[in-house]
Design a binder for this molecule. Structure first.
Ligand code: H79
Length: 450
């Protein structure tokens, strides 16, 4: 390289070096462009509508939920005894996947590790994992992934960013410092950057490498340290690089950030905040999801009998669909690997119901009418499905629909439904609900623009 050129070259390098911190700081905000396979996966996710959430870990042994470590203010040295009792000899990946399918669920999201940091998979990053610490000694996520692939259902991994076990999760977050500090036996120092870059990203790399194509990663726990630098751009880039179609679904209760693919809401419909920690902001770009529990708990809770009835689950699912969201419905399997009958029977009922009503749910999008107390609408192609959930009079008046209604029929038996349409809106004559009938679905077939 001639001297002059070399000088100019080094000047350019110098200028770039000076610029780069700013350039790179700004990049993650704007740089994420979904790949075509990611966009396709988002569509498929929206079509799926109904997923099975599974909370299962060494905490299941105590039958007191997945927060037992925190609730009982245990020390890590005490909690460390727990894996020795985890031996799920009844675990049967085929039975779990078959149950999800029988329930009409189209994906499964399972805890790869919860806030106790215990990896329910074969991790080389640390020995705090099921293969090395339990008598079971096997990797159930591998068995589930293989079975999910065999049965053609997508598997997502829940991953807790919050960690009550690793000393490098330091400085500690709200769950340790608030409401009376919890001395859980870890030293008062740790390497935050190493926790993120080596431990967490290391495990995510394993999850995205060793289990075939996965649906995505469902993050939880960032709310424990809302002001920390979570190196999100780096972690998200790693995930999208390893599996571009894998969706990033963060349960941080905030406005979506660059690199995220789905907005999820815990125990609330999008935009509602009955739980007290959800945001009212609803993305009009990203697929939406709401998670809820089949009884009152996430992890196995031996004393929880607050089971939702199949009808309540069906209404949750319909209202989610009408709000353009999926329902991710949780069960907490027992420590022996069995799914209790109270869950299985309810899921079978919902599946049976879906075999008759699924057309009005799967593959639809919310609308065209806004969700209301009487019910919701969903749409697919030329069809609008009017889901009458809570209406006891013979005539139902709806706001205007922009296209002419060509025909109206009941989904269940295709019988004709009387309908009138004018500039004020649409009036339907809906038959009375049969006993136990949750959702009367009227299918409107749309013709041309009005
Ligand atoms: O995995 C399940 C739960 O264990 C986990 N998310 C579901 C899917 C969960 N952790 N916490 N919560 C649910 C409730 C959230 C409580 C919060 Fe707060 C209120 C988070 C922020 C405000 C309490 C106070 C915890 C941190 C500060």
């Amino acid at each position: 390289m001639p001297k002059g050129t070399r000088k100019a070259f080094s000047k350019t390098i110098l200028a770039l070096a000076l610029l780069s911190p700013f350039t790179f700081a700004a990049l993650p905000q704007t740089a994420y462009q979904s790949t075509p396979e990611n966009l396709k996966a988002r569509q498929e996710f929206q079509d799926a509508k109904f997923g099975m959430f599974i909370h299962w870990g060494v905490y299941s042994v105590l039958g007191d939920g997945e927060w037992v470590f925190h609730n009982r203010k245990l020390k890590v040295q005490e909690y460390d005894r727990l894996p020795k009792f985890f031996d799920p000899e009844q675990f049967d990946a085929k039975a779990w996947v078959s149950l999800a399918k029988a329930a009409g669920m189209k994906y499964i999201t399972i805890t790869s590790r919860h806030h106790d940091g215990f990896a329910m998979f074969d991790s080389k990053v640390s020995d705090w994992n099921i293969v090395q610490r339990t008598p079971y000694g096997k990797d159930p996520l591998k068995m589930l992934a293989d079975e999910a692939h065999r049965q053609g259902i997508k598997l997502f991994f829940y991953y807790s960013q919050l960690d009550w076990h690793n000393p490098d999760y330091y400085p500690r977050g709200k769950t340790i410092t608030d409401n009376g500090p919890w001395d859980n036996g870890r030293p008062d120092h740790g390497d935050w950057n190493s926790y993120l870059d080596n431990y967490m990203d290391g495990q995510l790399r394993e999850l995205l490498t060793n289990y075939g194509p996965i649906g995505g990663i469902w993050f939880d726990g960032m709310w424990d340290k809302p002001d920390a630098d979570w190196h999100l751009a780096k972690t998200y880039a790693l995930i999208h690089q390893l599996q571009p179609a894998a969706l990033i679904i963060p349960n941080h209760h905030e406005t979506p950030k660059p690199g995220e693919d789905v907005q999820t809401f815990e125990r609330d419909l999008p935009g509602k905040n009955t739980a007290g920690f959800n945001t009212n902001y609803v993305s009009d770009q990203l697929p939406l999801e709401t998670s809820n529990t089949l009884n009152g708990s996430w992890g196995f809770d031996i004393g929880d009998s607050k089971y939702k009835s199949p009808e309540e689950v069906e209404e949750l699912l319909v209202r989610a669909a009408g709000n353009n969201a999926n329902l991710l419905l949780n069960i907490g399997p027992m420590p022996n690997g069995e799914i209790q009958d109270e869950f299985a029977t309810r899921l079978h009922s919902v599946g049976k119901w879906l075999s008759r009503y699924g057309d009005a749910i799967y593959g639809t999008r919310g609308g065209p009418l806004p969700p209301a107390d009487w019910g919701v609408t969903t749409q697919k192609g030329d069809n609008v499905y009017v889901h009458v959930l809570n209406w006891n009079a013979p005539l139902l008046a709806l706001p205007p629909i922009s296209k002419t209604i060509g025909a109206a029929r009941l989904l269940l038996d295709s019988s004709k439904v009387e309908v009138t349409q004018n500039s004020y809106g649409v009036v339907l004559k809906v038959p009375a609900a049969a006993k136990g009938e949750v959702d009367r679905v009227v299918v409107l077939t749309l013709a041309k623009d009005r």
